[in-house]
Design a protein around this ligand. Structure first.
Ligand SMILES: Nc1ncnc2c1ncn2[C@@H]1O[C@H](COP(=O)(O)OP(=O)(O)O)[C@@H](O)[C@H]1O
Ligand SMILES: [Mg+2]
Length: 263
């Protein structure tokens, strides 16, 4: 076989490989999207039946509403990750900076889960009381997405429950936010790839949704564009995980806190 023929064969194989990656991705994405829809429909049908019998009340109403909120959140998260990934690819991913109190964003992100999860407890630790008033210059909505993704992962990857701690500290002109769980942890050899798109360190053994492996990829892009960075620490199997991201302090906060609170 000549050189030309060989390289066209290699190109053909690469095209086939990429087609397979695309097809696999579509089928995983379709499955991930269909699952919450199926759950919502089943719950709606049950509620409809009970309503027809005049028995739709109390706990069942609560459960139905909880399922609707939880599953539509899951759908929204999937759509956001897909849209953000497409925006990153096409160079249209934007962040809009403004000044806001970071502690209130954390409280709001945690509040979305409080009362909705049974086995986990949330703890918020600020290095000093003044941290409550700390002002950052970042994109508030993107910051909420990052927190939501980290909290959602912390819950999903600690199926046995336990404490999830969010801590806030300051170093020089940046604030650091850490989300720590006591769950499955991440094996050392998988830590490096964790922020890559489609990367999933736990393939099986978990009940419930598997996700698309896009969340942390989008988180890293958001944090970088806001002028911070994100990193992960884990001692491995069963030792929990710790994700820390930084955000720049607003100029006036930097003056107030320089040399101030550190964890
Ligand atoms: N808190 C965590 N504990 C253990 N593993 C985690 C945690 N957060 C993320 N991971 C690992 O990193 C992978 C990528 O996370 P992410 O990008 O959010 O995608 P997804 O949540 O869709 O799987 C996860 O599939 C999981 O293997
Ligand atoms: Mg995720």
């Amino acid at each position: 076989m000549g050189k030309g023929e060989q390289s066209s064969l290699t190109a053909e194989r690469e095209v086939k490989r990429l087609q397979k990656v695309r097809d696999d991705f579509f089928s995983i994405a379709a499955h991930e999207i269909r699952t919450p829809i199926t759950v919502i429909k089943a719950q709606a049908q049950l509620a409809e039946r009970f309503h027809a019998q005049g028995r739709l009340q109390g706990e069942l109403v609560e459960k139905t509403l909880r399922v609707f909120v939880q599953e539509s959140d899951r759908l929204a998260r999937l759509c956001n990750d897909l849209l953000d990934t497409a925006r990153i690819d096409s160079g249209c991913f934007e962040v809009y900076l403004s000044e806001f109190q970071v502690a209130s964003a954390i409280e709001e992100a945690v509040a979305r889960y409080r009362g909705r999860v049974e086995r986990h407890q949330f703890v918020f630790e600020a290095a000093r009381p003044e941290a409550g008033a700390l002002v950052v210059r970042a994109d508030r909505e993107r910051t909420m997405h990052v927190l939501d993704n980290l909290l959602n992962n912390a819950i999903r990857f600690s199926p046995g429950g336990g404490e999830i701690t969010v801590s806030l500290s300051v170093r020089r002109s940046k604030c650091s936010i850490t989300v720590r769980d006591r769950g499955l942890g991440i094996p050392g050899d998988r830590l490096k790839g964790i922020f890559k798109r489609y990367y999933q360190a736990h393939q099986s053994g978990l009940k419930g949704p598997c996700g698309l492996g896009l969340g942390l990829y989008v988180c890293r892009e958001s944090v970088r564009r806001m002028g911070g960075n994100i990193r992960v620490k884990s001692e491995g199997d069963g030792q929990g995980s710790e994700f820390t991201f930084t955000l720049p302090l607003a100029a006036r906060a930097t003056e107030t806190f320089t040399g101030g609170i550190t964890s």
